[in-house]
Each structure stands twice: as C-alpha cells, then as structure tokens.
Design a protein around this ligand. Structure first.
Ligand code: ADP
Ligand code: ZN
Length: 511
C-alpha cells in the first residue's frame, strides 16, 4: 500500500486516501473483486486508476457516457497516465490505432462503452490482450432494479470467460439501494464481504422541500439573492426547461440550457458555457450532469419533483463537490406527480411501470415527510442514520407540533366508508362536503363522513392526505389511477391506539 500512496501523491497530488479508497485499492490489488459504493464526489475513479497503474497489463473501464470518458481520459493524460477510449465517436481507423497501442502495451487504461461488448470482433481483439482488471463505472446500470438499467451492461459478463483467467472486477456506483447492490454483486460475481460502502451522507448539503411556492417567483428571488453563485435548475420536461430559460434570460441572468431536444452541437456549447462560468446557471432536464465535474455548484433547484429518490440524490449530489456548504432545494407541487406519472407511463415498458410508480410514491413521501430529510434519504439507501442532520428544512423548522389525531381519524374513516377505491381529490371533496357531480353520482352525500372537514379547502385536505401517506397511515395502490387505502398502521389510529402529530400547517403565501 505504500506504493499506492506514492502513486496518489505522484500522479494526483493528494497526500491521504479518503474513506474507503485504501480498502478498495488493496482488495483490487490482491485480486479480490469488489463493489464500491461511494457518494458522488467521493473519489471513485482513483480506486481503479491507481490499481491500473500498478498492475501488469491493461485495465478496461466500462462507462456509459461518452462525455465522461473523454473528460477522464483527458485528465489522465494530463497526469501522464497513458489512457484512451473507444466509443461511437471514433472512426474505424481510430479504433484500430487505439487497439494497436493497447496491444503494444502502451496503454494502462482503456475506457469503452458497453455497446462495444456486443461486437464479437471487438471481443476477439480484446482476447489477445492481458487484462488484469475490469472497472465497471455506474454499475447500477446492470441491474433491472436500478433507475437506469442498460441491457448492454449485461454483456460485461462475456469478459469473464474471454481469457483463461477471469480478471478482477471492480464495480462502482453512487446510487444503489441494498437490492441493487445485491443484484450487482450477483451479476458480477462479487462476494458479499467484498462490498465497500462508505456513508451516503454529504455533510455539506442542506436539503429543503418547499411546498406551495410560486415556483417562478421563488427561482427568480433565489437567483437574485445568490447573485454570484453557480447553480443548476432541473426541470422534468424540455418544455419547462425552455420556459425557465426564457424567464431567467428576461431577468438578465446569464443562463445556459440543456436537454435532449437540442442538437448535439448546441448541447456541447451550452455545457461549455456553463463549465467555463460564462453562464452561471444551467437549466436542464436530467439529460445533463452525468460525468460533469463542476465542483463549485452552490445550489441545485428541482423545479419539479424528480421521478425517484435515486435520480434525486444523484442530481442534488452535484452540488458542493468541493466540500463547501451548498443547498439542494426541491419545489413540490402536486401536479408534479401527474407529470412524472405520465412520463413513466410513456417511457417505461409494461413490466416496469408498477415498480416505477412505487418508486415515484417514495419520492412523494419524501416531499411530505416531517422528519429529517437527509435521514429520509439515508434510510432509503439502507443506512441507519444516527442523528438528524440539523441542516435540512425540516430540522430547521420552528413550527409547533400539533396533535391532529381527530382529523386523521376523520380522514381514515372516510376512506373506509368510500370503499378504499378512490383517489386523493375525490376523498378530499367528500370530506369538505363538495357538491361535485361525481360526489353526488356516487351517493357520497349520504355518508356520515360527508362534510366532516367542512370549512377546509380541498387543497388543504389533499395536503393532509399526502401527509398521512408520508406517515404510512394511508397507502397508495397504483392501478389505472392511484387509489388510497388505510394501512395496517392506519388501522391503529382508527382504533384509537396511537396519536398523530403534525407540524403546524404551512402557511402558503398569498401572491
Ligand atoms: P466520483 O467518481 O466518486 O464522483 P471522482 O473520482 O470524480 O468522484 O473524485 C471527485 C474529486 O475528488 C476529484 O476532483 C478527485 O480528484 C478528488 N479526490 C479523489 N481522491 C482524493 C483524495 N484522496 N484526496 C483529495 N481529493 C481526492
Ligand atoms: Zn435534517
């Protein structure tokens, strides 16, 4: 390990390994296949780059993103490390030249896109090389349970039998639930005790969820107040990105935009403007960001709720990679749920829809939890958090705690009376005593729970229902449309066995 430390200093200019790095490197050098789960910015690359330098032969790095490969190879070359990549941007001639360099022993690292492994010709060319190590970046892409499954990742398994001796494998990811970790380990034959999972907590990030804001106004004020700060605003659709871009431009903010509807050329130049700090704000869909190493991002705003916790943590995690305090703000409106639901139903194949909708529900729950947000994230990723973070909007929420058990019982009872087969809005309408045609058609005016929350708005009651879902007292069933039923825990409230506490309702600013 002494030699590894010298490499760290010599090639990268750092004195000490960070948490997890030394262990991963040691395992890798001794031929033990490993899984490395580290937060974004934790320093995963060095975990395979240093072994690549120390091992005889060529390390192959499988990476899903072209831009990421190019950046990595450039910075490796700048550090005097012979590296190259092969992907769809190269001509056949360039591919040949690179393979020749590799077989002549001039390269230590070769980055490849997973699709390459579908070519038998390419596999044959590889089989003549000496490959001691295969690094699998963004390893969650191999798992169907992950949020970014790429079938071509399964071809990595072909590499296991290509040589007389199976190379050591190092799988790396920043976002993996326990189920995804198990899947990665199984598919890549990594022993359970070879997983190195460092904490997910990012001590410099302060999470906030804001409900009921005028989003445009909020963003305008925030951007004005943080005049010199670099930030990324994520929106769910291209249309929303375009609109926000227009809006901020009109306010005189230097802003760039990025989404899959723009030409490759335009995307590159917008990304460049942002990375060179010519534009201080980037407005983008989730197409932007993977592999972008902008360390000075001070805030990430989600203009709409993303579709699952994995995406959220990955995107929010792009703030503060330099370790300085940074903010991650999520602007929630109930319409976001419909937007994401629509996107899921449009893009996912049949078999994955219910799974994706369940993940979406977890995201909605996150937006309505009243506990520590950082801890909610950690719990989702399978960690057992110790203390509240003290930085998030819930930890810093001075609102009073109220006993809302009676109201909760009214809602739960109403859900039961309505047969547990309706959605949030319908339930809220019955509770406030609405004369909506559908309410009348179903004969709900005759229920004893009809109008028992009279005087409250449908919106407030809907929010209260969301809160009860986040608390696990109500649950959502995703059929043709989402329906709500009382959970086992909810039944204990109905039977008067437990109380329900809620922080005083958010006062929505009148605009
Ligand atoms: P990840 O892939 O986990 O998101 P990177 O490998 O890109 O993270 O590393 C993030 C940053 O941390 C890079 O700028 C890298 O040079 C730096 N870094 C990595 N290891 C160390 C270390 N031991 N000491 C200081 N900085 C480090
Ligand atoms: Zn907190």
């Amino acid at each position: 390990m002494e030699q590894a430390r010298q490499m760290l200093q010599h090639h990268f200019g750092y004195d000490e390994f960070r948490t997890g790095q030394a262990q991963i490197i040691e395992q890798t050098l001794t031929g033990q296949s490993s899984l490395c789960v580290m937060p974004t910015g934790g320093g995963k690359s060095i975990c395979y780059q240093i072994p690549a330098l120390m091992l005889d032969g060529l390390t192959i790095v499988v990476s899903p993103l072209i831009s990421l490969m190019q950046d990595q190879v450039e910075s490796l070359r700048a550090a005097n490390i012979p590296a190259a990549y092969i992907n769809s941007t190269l001509t056949a001639q360039e591919v040949n030249e690179t393979m020749q360099l590799a077989s002549a022993g001039y390269l230590k690292l070769l980055y490849i896109a997973p699709e390459r492994l579908e070519s038998t010709q390419f596999l044959q060319a590889l089989s003549y090389l000496h490959v001691p190590l295969i690094a699998v970046d963004e390893a969650h892409c191999i798992s169907q349970w992950g949020h970014d499954f790429r079938p071509s990742y399964r071809s990595i398994q072909k590499l296991f039998t290509l040589w007389p001796q199976k190379p050591t494998v190092l799988a790396l990811t920043a976002t993996a639930t326990p189920a995804v970790c198990d899947d990665i380990r199984q598919l890549l034959s990594i022993a359970e005790d070879s997983a190195v999972i460092t904490g997910f907590a990012r001590e410099n990030l302060a999470f906030s969820v804001l409900i009921g804001e005028n989003k445009e106004r909020f963003i305008k004020n925030y951007v004005e107040k943080n005049k010199n700060e670099v930030g990324i605003i994520y929106a769910a659709t291209r249309k929303a990105v375009d609109a926000l871009y227009e809006l901020l431009t009109r306010f005189g903010v230097s802003v760039a935009k990025y989404h899959a509807g723009l030409s490759e050329e335009m995307r590159m130049s917008e990304q460049d403007r942002f990375l060179k700090n010519e534009a201080r704000i980037m407005v983008a869909t989730n197409a932007f960001g993977m592999g972008i190493d902008a360390s000075n991002v001070r805030f990430i705003i989600h203009y709409q709720m993303p579709r699952n916790m994995e995406s959220y943590y990955q995107e929010a995690g792009r703030a503060g990679r330099d370790g300085l305090p940074s903010a991650c703000l999520l602007l929630y409106a109930s319409g976001d749920v419909q937007t994401q639901r629509f996107l899921i139903e449009q893009t996912q194949d049949e078999t994955r829809i219910s799974q994706e909708l369940a993940k979406l529900q977890t995201m909605v729950d996150y937006c309505h939890t009243e506990g520590c947000l950082q801890n909610a994230i950690l719990t989702y990723f399978g960690e057992v958090p110790e203390e509240p973070c003290g930085r998030c909007s819930n930890c810093n929420d001075g609102r009073e705690v109220n006993d809302v058990t009676t109201d909760a019982q009214k809602v739960l009872a109403c859900v039961v009376r309505m047969g547990q087969k309706f959605g949030k809005t319908m339930i809220a309408q019955v509770l406030v005593g609405s004369k909506n045609q559908k309410v009348l058609d179903f004969g709900f005016t005759k229920l004893s729970t009809y109008g028992i929350l009279k005087g409250q708005s449908v919106k407030d009651v809907s929010n209260f229902i969301e809160f009860l879902i986040a608390e696990g007292l109500l649950a959502v069933k995703h059929g043709t449309f989402p329906t709500i039923y009382v959970s086992e825990e909810g039944k204990t409230v109905l039977m008067g066995e437990r109380t329900v506490l809620r922080k005083q309702a958010v006062t929505v600013r009148k605009l």
